[in-house]
Design a protein around this ligand. Structure first.
Ligand code: CP
Ligand code: NVA
Length: 306
């Protein structure tokens, strides 16, 4: 059995971090990025292994975690249900007990959030949510790092979420609560997020224009998430008035940024002139998956950096 003195910490949602920890992690991500740019070799996870369970496709999540582990001196193993016993019905509880005796940390991208919670309950190693039906917390780490780099503290700012009340939107709700920014969510009727928001910082509405007025950051995501392909046509109809285009973006603060977790559909949730335009931060946002997740892996496996 692996011996670990540190209590196991999972990262299934942003709320697994305190506000103080999240702020420190974002600063650390910026520092790790600076170190990488400077060519500094830093290998705190030498000989450590990340197991990556992917039930759904991925470009950014897979490559950023794998690269993070290599740069940190360790390694990563890609595991697909298609070619592991998970896909043949081996229980999640048994898989968790076995995998976590071999690898040091597990990243999971699953359809169901409950699968990750179940895995975590039986895991001896930290479990990181690399996207579930209800959350995408790693993406928020990258988005928040990007905002901090380009505009400074997000506390007190206004973020407009335009479109589906999906996994990304839920994680934005958690981020608003933790970091103290206002979040206006504009979704068509029937597509509002279900995530609760106790603080009064989150406002749900249907009008994308009202949501965007004066916003400091405008964010959107695909109208049909992975697993909702059958609903794509109906959703295109329902979301037609929710494209982030020039007319909508003009209502935001002149300094506003545009973000999208990617992959994007130009001409659907975002106009090409916006995602490819001057206010778009999407490429920096995508790169920051690497740096933010290095900070997360370091926190979970080595503890806070003093
Ligand atoms: N944003 C994001 O999670 O991208 P991938 O699906 O490519 O991992
Ligand atoms: N909401 C999207 C995010 C993809 C990174 C999905 O779940 O497919």
């Amino acid at each position: 059995m692996n011996e670990r003195s540190r209590p196991i910490r999972h990262f299934l949602s942003l709320l697994d971090l305190s506000a103080t920890e999240l702020r420190a992690l974002l600063q650390r991500a910026i520092e790790l990025k600076r170190m990488q740019r400077a060519g500094t070799i830093y290998e705190p996870l030498k000989n450590r292994v990340l197991g990556m369970v992917f039930e759904k496709s991925s470009t950014r999540t897979r490559v950023s975690f794998e690269t993070a582990m290599i740069q940190f001196g360790g390694g990563a193993i890609f595991l697909s249900p298609r070619d592991t016993q998970l896909g043949r019905g081996e229980p999640i509880e048994d898989t968790a007990r076995v995998l976590s005796r071999m690898v040091d940390v597990v990243m999971m991208r699953t359809f169901s959030h409950e699968s990750q919670a179940l895995f975590a309950a039986y895991s001896q190693a930290p479990v990181i949510n690399g996207l579930s039906d209800t959350q995408h917390p790693c993406q928020l780490l990258a988005d928040l790092q990007t905002y901090a780099e380009l505009r400074g503290d997000i506390a007190g700012r206004t973020v407009a979420w335009i479109g589906d009340g999906n996994n990304m939107c839920n994680s934005y709700i958690d981020a608003a609560e933790l970091l103290g920014f206002r979040l206006r969510v504009a979704s068509p009727a029937g597509y509002a997020p279900t995530q609760s928001c106790a603080s009064g910082l989150v406002e749900l509405m249907e009008d994308p224009h009202a949501a965007t007025d004066g916003a400091d950051l405008v964010v959107t995501d695909v109208w049909a998430s992975m697993g909702q392909e059958d609903e794509a046509d109906g959703r295109k109809e329902a979301f037609r008035a929710y494209q982030v285009d020039q007319a909508l973006m003009r209502r935001a603060h002149p300094d506003a940024l545009f973000m999208h977790c990617l992959p994007a559909h130009r001409g659907e949730e975002v106009a090409a002139e916006i995602i490819d335009g001057a206010q778009s931060a999407v490429w920096q946002e995508a790169e920051n998956r690497l740096h933010a997740q290095k900070a997360l892996l370091e926190l979970l496996l080595c503890g806070p950096v003093s």
